[in-house]
Design a protein around this ligand. Structure first.
Ligand SMILES: [Zn+2]
Length: 447
């Protein structure tokens, strides 16, 4: 309990009172300690980092990067707690098959499997000592105010884990339901447990939309995660569920960003060290430029050090936030680099449209469109499925998208169909954009 209070105060102080210079100093010290620990305890890093000096943050940007493939290929020599990849994978897959989400591996670790196609799953190790400290992180960084305690949370995700369960604390009650649960059951549970905080991915909230008038409890907030929350969905949910919508941005790799009391997302600069790069691999530090890749270092988990780990999340930084925090502010999360849509322009060159803009065209076209999925098979060729709450004339959406694209001088071939859209039955995330186009051609872009 005392440690939880200390953690909470420290996390709050970092977020609200640290200056830019103090954050940079803190990050450098954490990175130096992490790198030294990894060199001593992980054969992989011992070899990779041999001879590299780390006297300033600029030195760090020359360290080698890694990714999920590296992590899985060198799993045994990367982790510092002697966990064998096959043994751990067998354990995690067996737990998942049995829907037995609770319990620690060897009594000491939470194992997290990230979504991905088979053969591309990531396996992440978090020590129990760290997950037991999650209530403090949650209290300090969920964008909820202490005035809203006690929290009665209904938590919806594809899978559960001991790590989430460890959020439970005297004033935090967390009930889990799978996102595969029937919407009516979800709402009945919401009402019965007197939930005041609903946590769910945006795609699940969209499933609840047709039934939202059945909710009888007063929700203090809805927290979304796991998928991009578009500005349009955010406004729609706020209106329909009659509450404030905030977003947490986290991945198996770390707690990347959390909302402040103003509801703006800030990078958790004391938990992760995030570097952003544009599509020419130039470093981005200023607001309003699109980051095409993110290089993450987890500053708190030394059991499986993730040091300069490449992710293809695309984010845009914002000006500093009125809350006064020196933590960098995220203007929006655009999705993954592989969600980008490609078109030909009048000069037969390839141009791109970012998924957030394309989503906006669809969502704002009609309130009847509950959910959608865009599949890109070839450049400029899109198959779009929409799930509607009532009869809808698809030619309206077709015209709208044609016009928007034509406004940028882009041509397209669209096939639009109405069909029910269900969430994936396996552990994978619902994807609004599915692309089979691979291109490295130079391009201009619209955002
Ligand atoms: Zn803020």
């Amino acid at each position: 309990m005392i440690r939880a209070i200390r953690d909470f105060i420290l996390l709050k102080r970092h977020q609200t009172q640290s200056t830019h210079d103090e954050i940079k100093d803190y990050q450098l010290k954490k990175l130096q300690a992490l790198v030294n620990y990894a060199k001593e305890n992980s054969p992989y890093y011992h070899e990779k980092f041999s001879g590299l000096k780390l006297e300033c943050l600029d030195d760090f940007s020359h360290f080698p990067t890694m990714d999920k493939d590296t992590l899985m290929t060198h799993f045994n020599s990367i982790n510092t707690v002697h966990i064998d990849r096959q043994h751990a994978l067998d354990f995690a897959l067996r737990k998942e098959r049995d829907k037995d989400y609770l319990g620690y591996y060897k009594d000491r670790y939470v194992l997290g499997l990230s979504s991905g196609t088979s053969g591309n799953k990531g396996l992440f190790i978090t020590p129990k000592a760290l997950t037991k400290r999650l209530p403090a992180v949650f209290l300090a960084r969920s964008g909820l105010s202490l005035k809203e305690l006690p929290y009665r949370i209904l938590f919806l995700l594809r899978v559960f884990s001991q790590g989430f369960s460890d959020i439970n604390a005297p004033f935090i009650k967390l009930k889990y339901l799978s996102t595969m649960t029937d919407p009516k059951t979800i709402i009945a549970t919401l009402n019965k447990t007197k939930t005041n905080i609903l946590m769910a991915p945006p795609s699940l909230l969209n499933q609840l939309v047709p039934h939202c008038d059945q909710i009888t409890v007063r929700l203090k907030k809805i927290i979304t995660y796991a998928e991009v929350l578009t500005a349009e969905d955010k406004a729609k949910f706020a209106k329909l569920f009659n509450t404030k919508i905030i977003e947490i941005y986290q991945a198996s790799e770390g707690q990347i960003a959390s909302p402040c009391l103003y509801g703006n997302l800030h990078i958790n600069e004391d938990l992760v060290y995030i570097e952003l790069y544009d599509h020419k691999q130039q470093r981005i530090d200023e607001p309003h430029r699109i980051g095409h890749s993110m290089v993450l270092t987890n500053l708190v988990n030394v059991a499986q050090p993730l040091i300069r780990y490449r992710m293809n999340d695309m984010i845009v930084l914002d000006e500093s936030c009125p809350c006064g925090s020196s933590f960098r502010t995220i203007k929006n999360v655009l999705g993954r680099d592989d969600d980008i849509l490609y078109f030909y322009n009048k000069n037969n060159q390839i141009d791109v449209v970012y998924p957030d803009l394309f989503a906006r065209w669809i969502i704002t076209e009609s309130d009847l469109i509950r959910e959608f999925q865009v599949t890109q098979n070839r450049i400029g060729h899109l198959d779009i499925t929409i799930d509607t709450t009532a009869e809808y004339d698809v030619s309206l959406l077709k015209r709208r998208i044609h016009d928007e694209l034509a406004g940028y001088g882009l041509t397209s071939k669209l096939v639009i169909a109405i069909a029910p859209i269900a969430l994936p039955k396996d552990r994978n995330k619902y994807k609004r954009f599915v692309s089979y186009v691979k291109t490295n051609t130079s391009r201009s872009s619209y955002d």
